[in-house]
Design a protein around this ligand. Structure first.
Ligand SMILES: [Zn+2]
Ligand SMILES: [Zn+2]
Ligand SMILES: [Zn+2]
Length: 253
């Protein structure tokens, strides 16, 4: 496997948040912080963002925390595509719960990381050319399956067709937020026979660690039902990267 050219540029400690399967958010953390403080930062990040994360503490010392908060000690970042050449990185979009001290040491590693991210597309294209491979288009996609799975015969029988209002069978209005929720067959012919989970607004648990507001109006890496369009809409994780805290014009965390 061709490792990315970004990762060697960033020294631990840092926090990796998986935005979608091939897009990772990196936060450079202060080297003078002890493990307890670093782990507290990582836990606060996961509690707010509700995205899988890994705290890289040092050589072969990784704390993996999944979106639910379940922790595992690892020797490597276990994300499937982390370090793969198709993956990409971003930084300084997800804020930490509390501002990090802008020490010279942090700024030096942050600057190196940002330079590596900037240079990555051109360097990757060059490495791929040397191997006779074509560089990929430079964009990241979300889960193109929308998390759908094949319907069982029983589900096909129960969920086929529409309710009198045109909404797919299986969806109900949430009494709390008014959006649809449940499981249904996707009305889009492209996903024929696929059962999709649909989340209402109450399920939106992805919050900014700094201000506590939701990162996006709907849950990330999940689907909602748009009644006007009659569509099961997938929200890729990177939709949450556009969040700006109220009262700030840019992110400093
Ligand atoms: Zn739900
Ligand atoms: Zn709801
Ligand atoms: Zn915010």
């Amino acid at each position: 496997m061709l490792r990315t050219l970004i990762l060697p540029a960033v020294e631990p400690p840092y926090l990796v948040v998986e935005i979608v399967a091939a897009l990772y958010h990196l936060t450079v953390l202060p080297a003078e912080f002890g493990d307890d403080d670093l782990e507290a930062i990582a836990r606060a990040q996961v509690r707010a963002n509700r995205l899988d994360a890994c705290l890289v503490l040092g050589e072969r010392r990784v704390l993996a925390i999944d979106a639910e908060g379940v922790e595992r000690r690892e020797t490597e970042v276990p994300f499937r595509l982390f370090g793969h050449w198709i993956s990409a990185a971003v930084t300084r979009r997800l804020r930490t719960a509390r501002p990090l001290p802008p020490t010279d040491e942090v700024l030096r590693r942050q600057t190196a990381l940002e330079a590596a991210i900037r240079e990555y597309p051109a360097r990757r294209a060059e490495v791929l050319r040397q191997r006779g491979m074509l560089p990929p288009a430079d964009f990241v996609v979300g889960d193109l399956t929308k998390g759908g799975r094949d319907a069982t015969p029983a589900e096909l029988a129960a969920l086929s067709g529409r309710q009198s209002n045109g909404v797919p069978m299986g969806l109900v209005v949430c009494a709390d937020c008014g959006f649809w929720k449940g499981e249904c067959l996707d009305p889009n012919a492209e996903f024929r026979g696929k059962v999709m989970r649909v989340h209402c607004g109450c399920d939106n648990w992805n919050r900014c660690a700094a201000c506590g507001e939701t990162l996006y109006p709907f849950r990330l890496n999940a689907n909602y039902y748009d009644q006007r369009e009659g569509a099961v809409v997938h929200v890729p994780g990177f939709s949450g990267l556009i969040h700006e805290c109220a009262g700030t014009s840019r992110h400093d965390g």
